[in-house]
Design a protein around this ligand. Structure first.
Ligand code: ADP
Length: 456
């Protein structure tokens, strides 16, 4: 069932129930008031009749008949007056009863309590004990309240007719308001169904930007914004990656073509193969980088962290760097030697962190003409801090904010080998370890890359 119909149905059921309850209450109260009013009037008349029987007519039936004519009985039908003595003998009855026309129970209750009210079939009846002196009389008065009952019956008819009309109107009003309230949702639904991977630029109408539905639309738009961004990043990543792969492959191809153009000497072949080897190595380095980038994302969920000494990792990375580039020189130093070895222990993944440190040391040496760099290991209450300093080419201030993006290379880096993916791997891995990395640099004077990692 559609939410609109559900809301309309629930609303109608509740309103119908309330209407029924109100109708029953109104009817019952009207009936109760009518009856109270009838009993009040019958009691008054019974008291007057009793007084007339004793004082005015002096128990004379003829005089009493005349008095009877003037009793207020216009609003009643079937008006009966009975006067009994204490022995329950009828002393006066108007009209003459056919058979047993009074209730014995009302008589005895009236004697007991002095006054009693009851139903007599469709009629209301009161019984009144009257004792002006030692003699006791019981007056029974019963009547059918034709005017009052007609009014109550009319009210009942009005309620019975208006109840279904009211419920019908409620259902229509319910459907109308539910449609009105849910219209923005169905519009949003239509807009959402038009959004595909190709039309991520579309946004939902944010309406008045205040109510819950508008907030939902705003949040949805924010989500679209993020999805669009990550789609863009993904797209540019793929195109950058293919571009980066194509360049060395094209170089390889043309080198091979040139080599095949004529017969060459053994030495020339050696030289060409040497160049081919270098290009292939670059290609391998690039694909390894791409693989690491992909793995760092994939590993994020499955990765297990173990306690690792930061300085040990730095030394391992340093050994690796020296093996790869014997001309590079890195000086490793501590700001202070910690008393507690936990100050230099982080919870992390050894391979990934070693890659980060190797990358940063490699960059520091690669972008310094003297191929020298310095690593300073320090700590504070919460973090280990590792600074990678060099006195190399530095980074232009317009580039420094972008160097952590995949494939971005600063304008002064073109003379150096590289593909611009090392720092984006570093940033991602450090983020996975709940750490931070930032760079400060002066163009032409050198750079410092600082890594902060929470220690155990
Ligand atoms: P790559 O070094 O392969 O180009 P990276 O992602 O490691 O890729 O670095 C991105 C860019 O940041 C580099 O191209 C370079 O412009 C700049 N960069 C990184 N480290 C340094 C550094 N120590 N000194 C100067 N520039 C640097």
């Amino acid at each position: 069932m559609k939410i609109r119909n559900k809301i309309a149905l629930q609303f109608s059921i509740w309103v119908a129930l309330i209407l029924v309850v109100f109708s029953v209450v109104i009817f019952s109260l009207s009936e109760y008031n009518r009856r109270e009013d009838v009993y009040r009037r019958l009691r008054q008349t019974a008291e007057n009749a009793a007084r007339a029987w004793v004082e005015t007519s002096n128990q004379n039936v003829g005089v009493m008949n005349t008095y009877y004519q003037y009793l207020p009985k216009e609003d009643f039908e079937d008006f009966k007056l009975l006067i009994f003595n204490e022995q329950q003998q009828t002393m006066y009855a108007k009209p003459k009863p056919e058979g047993e026309s009074y209730s014995g129970e009302v008589f005895s209750k009236a004697v007991q309590k002095g006054y009693y009210e009851a139903f007599a079939g469709e009629n209301e009846m009161v019984g009144l004990l009257y004792q002006p002196d030692s003699v006791k009389f019981v007056v029974l008065l019963s009547a059918y309240d034709v005017v009052g009952k007609t009014k109550v019956q009319n009210l009942r008819k009005v309620l019975i007719i208006s109840l279904p009309i009211g419920v019908g109107i409620t259902i229509l009003v319910g459907i109308f308001f539910a449609t009105l309230a849910l219209r923005p949702l169905s519009q949003m639904n239509k807009q959402v169904s038009n959004i595909t991977a190709q039309s991520l630029k579309q946004r939902l109408d944010e309406g008045n930007r205040q109510d819950e539905i508008a907030q939902l639309a705003m949040n949805f738009n924010l989500m679209l914004e993020r999805i669009e961004q990550s789609f863009d990043i993904q797209r540019s990543f793929v195109s950058n990656a293919s571009h980066e792969l194509r360049t060395p492959l094209a170089a390889l191809k043309s080198e091979i073509q040139v080599a095949m153009q004529k017969n060459r000497s053994q030495t020339e072949h050696q030289e060409i193969l040497q160049t081919l080897l270098q290009d292939t190595q670059q290609l391998i380095a690039l694909t390894n980088g791409l693989l690491q980038l992909a793995q760092s994302e994939a590993k994020e969920k499955a990765m297990t962290f173990v306690p690792l000494r930061i300085d040990e990792l730095i030394f391992l990375a340093h050994n690796e760097l020296e093996a790869q580039h014997p001309s590079y020189r890195v000086l490793i130093d501590y700001t202070e030697i910690p008393e507690d070895e936990n100050a230099l222990t982080v919870s992390g993944n050894e391979t990934l962190l070693r890659t980060v440190f190797l990358n940063l040391m490699d960059n520091a040496c690669k972008y310094s003409p003297d191929h020298r760099a310095e690593v300073v290991i320090g700590f504070d209450v919460h973090h280990c801090r590792i600074d990678f300093k060099d006195h190399g080419i530095g980074i232009h201030e317009e580039d420094i904010g972008k160097i952590f993006e995949p494939f971005y290379r600063a304008r002064n880096a073109t003379n150096h080998n590289g593909h611009g993916i090392g720092l984006s791997i570093c940033k991602r891995v450090i983020k996975m370890h709940r750490g931070h990395i930032n760079a400060t640099s002066t163009l032409g004077a050198g750079s410092t890359f600082s890594v902060l990692l929470p220690h155990v």
